[in-house]
Design a protein around this ligand. Structure first.
Ligand code: NAG
Ligand code: NAG
Ligand code: NAG
Length: 276
C-alpha cells in the first residue's frame, strides 16, 4: 500500500502539531461560505441589491485569499464547530446586521463607540434540519490591526442552537424541544418559551428571569430544568400533546439586551383509523 503513505504522513504531522503546540492550535480552521445582507431595492436606482458573498473564518492562523467580506473570529467558547464537524456541504449561512435600536450594549471586550456598526448575526442551518444556529457577534475596532479592506475581526458573543428545528410526535406523546445557548462570559441569561398555533396569537409558556432567578410557568404540561441552565441547556419538555399542540414553539434567550429566538415547528401525528 505505497499510495497511502503520504496521507499517513500528513495525519502524523498534524497530530504532532496538535500535541506539540498550545491548545489554540488544535482549533480547526473553518471557512464557512455565507451570504451577507438581505435582498432589497436600492432607493436611488431601483435596482435589486443581492446579498454578497462573505466568509465566517474560525480558528484561522494564516492569510485568507477568498473574495468577499471576511469576518475573522477570535477564539471563543461561542462557536458552532461541534455542529459543523460533519462538513460544510449541506449548511447555509447568512450574515445580517443586528439592530440594537440605537441602544448601547455594554459587553466585555467590545468597544461600542460605533453603535450603528458593531453588532451582527450569522445564522447557520443544515439543509436536512439537523440543526439551526444563530450567533450574535461584534465587529471589533480595527485600530490595532493593519486595516485590510473587506476583512474584519470579530468576537462571537452569544449563540443559540436547536437540534430539533422540526419535530414530529405521537398524539398524547411528549417531546423534548432542544434549545442550547453559549455566552462568552458568565452572565445572567433569561429564557422565554412561547407558542403560536392554529392562527391564534402567541402565548407565553414560561419565562425565567436571569437576574431575579424567578420562573413563571403557565403551562402545566411543559417543563424546563432550571439547574440545566448553567450548562447552557434551556430545552423544554412538553407532554400530553394533542393535535391542538401543533404549531410553532419559540425559545428566546436574552443576555444584556442581546436577544436570539430559535423556532421549533412541532407536528403531532394522530392515530390513523384507516383500513386497507
Ligand atoms: C421601481 O420599480 C417598481 C417595480 O419594481 C416600479 O413600480 C417603480 O415605478 C420603479 N420606480 C422607479 C423610480 O423607477
Ligand atoms: C437538557 O437537560 C435535559 C434534562 O436533564 C436532558 O434530558 C437533555 O438531554 C439535556 N440536553 C442536552 C443537549 O444536554
Ligand atoms: C391530557 O390532556 C387532556 C386534554 O387535552 C386532559 O383531559 C388530560 O387530563 C391530560 N392528561 C394529563 C396526564 O395531564
Amino acid at each position: 500500500m505505497e499510495s497511502s503513505r503520504p496521507i499517513y504522513l500528513i495525519l502524523c504531522a498534524t497530530y504532532v502539531l496538535l500535541i506539540g503546540g498550545n491548545w489554540s492550535i488544535s482549533v480547526p480552521n473553518i471557512k464557512l461560505p455565507c451570504l451577507y445582507g438581505v435582498p432589497h431595492k436600492n432607493l436611488l436606482d431601483n435596482q435589486t441589491v443581492s446579498p454578497k458573498p462573505a466568509w465566517i473564518i474560525l480558528g484561522s492562523r494564516h492569510v485568507i485569499h477568498e473574495q468577499g467580506i471576511k469576518f475573522i473570529f477570535k477564539d471563543s467558547p461561542v462557536n458552532p464547530l461541534p455542529f459543523l464537524k460533519e462538513g460544510l456541504n449541506d449548511v447555509k449561512c447568512d450574515i445580517t446586521p443586528y439592530f440594537t435600536a440605537n441602544t448601547q450594549i455594554l459587553w466585555p471586550g467590545v468597544n461600542t463607540e460605533n453603535v450603528l456598526d458593531t453588532w451582527y448575526t450569522y445564522t447557520v442551518r443544515q439543509d436536512a434540519g439537523k440543526f439551526h444556529a444563530v450567533t450574535i457577534f461584534a465587529k471589533l475596532s480595527e485600530m490595532a490591526q493593519k486595516k485590510e479592506e473587506d476583512t474584519h475581526h470579530a468576537l462571537a458573543t452569544l449563540m443559540v442552537i436547536t437540534k430539533t428545528p422540526n419535530i414530529y410526535v405521537k398524539l398524547m406523546g411528549s417531546a423534548l424541544l432542544d434549545c442550547a445557548f453559549t455566552v462568552d462570559h458568565r452572565a445572567d441569561v433569561s429564557v422565554t418559551w412561547s407558542y403560536r398555533g392554529g392562527g391564534s396569537p402567541e402565548v407565553k409558556i414560561l419565562s425565567y428571569n436571569g437576574i431575579t432567578k424567578k420562573l413563571h410557568n403557565n403551562w402545566k404540561d411543559a417543563h424546563m430544568w432550571i439547574e440545566q441552565l448553567r450548562n447552557g441547556n434551556a430545552s423544554l419538555l412538553v407532554t400530553n400533546l394533542s393535535l391542538k399542540s401543533e404549531g410553532l414553539f419559540t425559545c428566546a434567550i436574552s443576555v444584556a439586551s442581546l436577544l436570539i429566538e430559535e423556532e421549533i415547528h412541532l407536528k403531532v401525528r394522530g392515530v390513523c383509523f384507516c383500513f386497507s
